[in-house]
Design a protein around this ligand. Structure first.
Ligand code: DQA
Length: 149
């Protein structure tokens, strides 16, 4: 799967569009998926786009991306960003580049959101651009993949 990237979304992101729209905007998860596919396509990449409210399922998908030798992975771990050593461990086992994305600027919110386990292994972190951050992340990831090819 040299040309495939995974875009993984954590808990409550299924509610995008209606969940705290003043923070996360009005775009839905389906809008986000369309944006990711269109951006990836411009760079000749295919996308496995997933969302789960369950930590273990997200870990299974990270392991799947590794086993399938995905070219890279973009992840918004949502609330698990700030709590999950298990997601960090799964990502640390990846060889392909991992990009962490947050829709909101996590540094401008509650102090517990400033700690991210995932940032330790992420090659880059994008936050505060709304859902456009995913397009930026995919564009940056595509450049990394190309350079490291
Ligand atoms: C989020 C920020 C997290 O702190 C929060 O728990 C989320 C979404 C974001 O995209 O801004 O669910 O990851």
């Amino acid at each position: 799967m040299a040309n495939t990237i995974y875009v993984l979304n954590g808990p409550n992101l299924n509610l995008l569009g209606s969940r705290e729209p003043e923070i996360y905007g009005r775009a839905t998860l389906a809008d986000l998926e369309r944006l990711c596919r269109a951006t990836a396509e411009r760079h000749g990449l295919a996308v496995e786009f997933r969302q789960s409210n369950h930590e273990g399922e997200i870990i299974d998908w990270i392991q799947e991306a590794r086993a399938e030798e995905a070219a890279g992975l973009v992840i918004n771990p949502a609330g698990y960003t700030h709590t999950s050593v298990a997601i960090l461990d799964a990502l640390a086992a990846m060889e392909a580049p991992v990009i962490e994305v947050h829709i909101s600027n996590v540094h401008a919110r509650e102090s517990f959101r400033r700690r991210s386990y995932v940032s330790q292994i992420a090659r880059a972190v994008v936050c505060g651009f709304g859902i456009d951050g995913y397009a930026l992340a995919i564009t940056g990831l595509a450049a990394m993949i190309k350079t490291e090819d």
